[in-house]
Design a protein around this ligand. Structure first.
Ligand SMILES: CSC[C@H]1O[C@H](OP(=O)(O)O)[C@H](O)[C@@H]1O
Length: 342
């Protein structure tokens, strides 16, 4: 289905269809994948047709609704609800926003199952998915404002992966700060590292920056040292998939390298994320599950095989940045500074 709305990563229409912009195809093609059941949503998250911690949560919430929307009894609804949550919770382990959104949907059922008739409970679940999405849009705007104020004067920014509209359904988190800085005339250039193997940077962030008219240059993932040595970067902003109570942060693979480079060169390193990315149930990095994905993603590039037949690969999708390497964590509530105690 051709794109219908700029580059909104999802559309949920009046036919109860979830349309997901297929991020595997961007920027070459802007095509929407239609989902009318929870299994299709699970597959879309697992295959990374949609990705980005907050967006995964929003899509999962709509997936839960699609799983129960035709139920006729409370027993049937509870069975399908639990099955939908089980399937969705197994799609990707690191982004805590997925589990935050599922917990929001569980709370609706726990609170209302004995109060509302089935049809009203189903409508409430649908409304809750939209509410989670709307809240994220507002959180992104606040993160953008807090982040732009914090980074005032730092006009040359490096960012990693994609943390924009394609990752959150709003203006984005780290990329939302960059968009806000640009709109306020606070930015000269953005360096975008390609972010192998999925190429969220070279494909998705570059796509969004081009759409916004923000000047950028794509660099290889291993260029960050030279950018620092030559004094080309004033600050680095990244997103997060899960933040522990002490501020240890799981984010796209490569983030830890950037943070260590920033510490060595005294470059400001900032994490941007909504409060829903903070997992107050875990104390530190040791408790964060790190997703390993198929070796094929590493053995290929842009869908083309680059490694010899028979090659093996190790594909950590995320890494951990120690809290002492993070100068600030910016959420919709404001700016947290090290040492962190969430
Ligand atoms: C605001 S998105 C946060 C986070 O999600 C991305 O991971 P993926 O593309 O694998 O879903 C990346 O780690 C972003 O920083």
């Amino acid at each position: 289905m051709k794109s219908m709305d700029g580059y909104s990563p999802i559309v949920f229409n009046d036919n109860d269809e979830l349309l997901m912009l297929n991020q595997l195809l961007l920027p070459k093609e802007k095509l929407y994948v239609k989902a009318r059941d929870v299994d299709s949503v699970c597959k879309a998250i697992k295959d990374m047709i949609v990705r980005g911690a907050p967006l995964i949560g929003i899509v999962a919430a709509f997936g839960v609704y699609l799983g129960v929307r035709e139920c006729a009894s409370k027993d049937e609804l509870l069975g399908r609800f639990n099955s939908a949550v089980e399937c969705l919770s197994k799609t990707r382990p690191t982004a805590v926003n997925l589990f935050y959104a599922l917990d929001r949907m569980k709370a609706v059922v726990e609170d209302k199952i004995d109060i509302l008739p089935v049809y009203k409970l189903i409508k409430k679940l649908r409304a809750t998915a939209f509410t989670i999405w709307e809240e994220q849009k507002q959180q992104d705007e606040k993160i953008g404002q807090f982040g732009a104020n914090f980074l005032k004067g730092k006009r040359r920014i490096l960012t990693h992966c994609n943390t924009g509209s394609l990752a959150t359904g709003g203006i984005g988190t780290a990329l939302g700060i960059i968009k806000t800085m640009h709109r306020n005339g606070m930015l000269d250039i953005v360096y975008v590292d390609e972010t192998r193997p999925y190429l969220q940077g070279a494909r998705l962030t570059a796509f969004e920056l081009k759409e916004e008219g923000i000047p950028f240059k794509i660099v290889t993932d291993n260029s960050c040292g030279m950018l620092a040595r030559y004094g080309l970067v004033d600050g680095v902003i990244v997103g997060a998939d899960r933040i522990a109570r002490n501020g240890d942060t799981a984010n796209k693979i490569g983030t830890y390298c950037l943070a260590t480079m920033c510490k060595r060169h005294n470059i400001t390193f900032v994490v941007a994320a909504p409060e829903s990315t903070i997992d107050r149930n875990i104390a530190s990095a040791e408790d964060i599950p790190i997703e390993e994905r198929s070796k094929t993603e590493v053995l290929n590039c842009g869908g083309v095989r680059i490694a010899p037949n028979g090659s093996e690969a190790l594909n950590f999708s995320f890494d951990i940045t120690d809290s002492e390497l993070i100068d600030a964590i910016i959420t919709e509530k404001g700016v947290y500074r090290y040492p962190y105690e969430f």
